[in-house]
Design a protein around this ligand. Structure first.
Ligand code: NAD
Length: 368
């Protein structure tokens, strides 16, 4: 497996298709096309050492194919680390579908996608991600058993987002404890960027605890609906990073922690659901330390959804999923302590722990 220090934005961008796969250490990448339905998907299996690779399917109108490939490679690698650090017996994978969900989605489309997932014979399990829903997964399940995030009436755990939001909330509280010595969020000013599935559930928890919540989204209808039922302050995305806040919770797309945004941010804590928040793991992780910002690693605290999906594979049990998600609080505190003890950023401390588990289990192969 590649050591983290070797992975920079520049090396990934310059590498070409096989070069990227090689640099990020993927096992298999599958390109799927169906002319009839217009389906264009890429399934990436980063690692199956800990078990079958599980990660959701993102349906997004990518600018181009290179952007889609880069996204699926980064996201699937992140799933290997997320599943490893969460202590579940799953490898890391992810899929992206290129196009506009509103134009392409249909029963045939999703069933054809299910057939592609099935062709991997259980090496990859799919689930929801941005742009996909439990209803889509129901169609997928007609063609393959290798799907999680199914509705409860099909024996599934349903929408993983409430679990993801709960884990993010607990990770945020752990980060608050590190920053201020108490995990109370009462009176803390929190910016939730993106009030989709996860951002909405997170906002509900923050409001219930007594935080002062600012929300932004590109979708005005979602903002309006939320502001009609909860006491939140709506802000324009353009000014969000300049707000005087305590906590920034990225719950939209990844890579918002770039040089420009980090310079603008005035918060003490960053804890959110978005995957791959650091534009450059090394450079921007260090920038956050230099600014005295406590950063809760994304793949550590947004694991509630995948923990819920994992519980589905052996016969779904909601209580076990909740208990599994609750461990995120202690694990986040442990990572902050490890980072401090070893002189690492929290992101690299978490990556190191995740890689060590994968390496230890890899050594067991063929030894029984
Ligand atoms: P979603 O699609 O339901 O919500 C995302 C929201 O972000 C949308 O409302 C969208 O309009 C908004 N948005 C997009 N770009 C924006 C921008 N530049 N500024 C402000 N808002 C913007 O997705 P979700 O399921 O809530 O997931 C949110 C993030 O969390 C994603 O990055 C996803 O990969 C990650 N995540 C989700 C889960 C889960 O269980 N759903 C699990 C782990 C990680």
């Amino acid at each position: 497996m590649l050591t983290q220090q070797e992975i920079t934005q520049e090396t990934v961008n310059k590498a070409g298709v096989f070069g990227q796969i090689d640099k990020l250490g993927h096992e298999q990448v599958v390109f799927c096309q169906d002319r009839e339905t217009g389906l264009k998907a890429i399934i990436a299996v980063h690692s199956s050492i800990l078990g079958p690779a599980l990660g959701g399917t993102r349906f997004w109108n990518y600018k181009n194919e290179a952007e889609a490939l880069r996204d699926v490679l980064r996201l699937s690698r992140g799933m290997s680390y997320k599943n490893s650090i969460s202590g579940i017996h799953l490898g890391g994978g992810k899929a992206v579908i290129i196009g506009d969900p509103a134009k392409l989605s249909s029963e045939a489309f999703w069933r054809r996608y299910g057939q592609f997932v099935n062709s991997l014979n259980g090496k990859y399990y799919t689930a929801e991600d941005v742009g996909t829903s439990t209803a889509d997964m129901e169609y997928v399940s007609l063609e393959t058993k290798y799907v999680a995030g199914k509705p409860d009436y099909l024996g599934g755990g349903g929408d993983p987002s409430p679990f993801t939001a709960y884990g993010v909330y607990l990770g945020m509280k752990a980060a608050a404890k590190k920053a201020w010595g108490t995990d109370s969020l009462v009176g803390k000013k929190v910016l939730v960027e993106g009030v989709g599935n996860v951002g909405t559930f997170l906002t509900e928890r923050l409001v219930a605890e007594g935080a002062i919540v600012y929300v932004c989204d590109l979708n005005e209808a979602k903002l309006k609906a939320l502001a009609n039922r909860l006491p939140v302050n709506v802000v324009a995305p353009g000014i969000a990073y300049d707000l005087d806040i305590d906590i920034y919770a990225p719950c939209a797309m990844g890579a918002t922690l770039d040089t420009d945004n980090i310079e603008r941010l005035k918060c003490r804590v960053i804890a959110g659901a978005a995957n791959n928040q650091l534009e450059d793991e090394l450079e921007h992780g260090k920038m956050l330390i230099d600014k005295g910002i406590v950063y809760a690693p994304d793949f550590l605290i947004n694991a509630g959804g995948v923990i819920n999906c994992y519980m589905e594979l052996g016969g779904y049990n909601r209580d076990r999923a909740m208990v599994g998600t609750e461990r995120i609080y202690d694990r986040t505190l442990e990572i902050f302590a490890k980072a401090e003890a070893e002189g690492l950023t929290p992101h690299f401390a978490a990556l190191k722990l995740a890689e060590e588990r994968i390496a230890a289990i890899a050594k067991l192969s063929g030894k029984w």
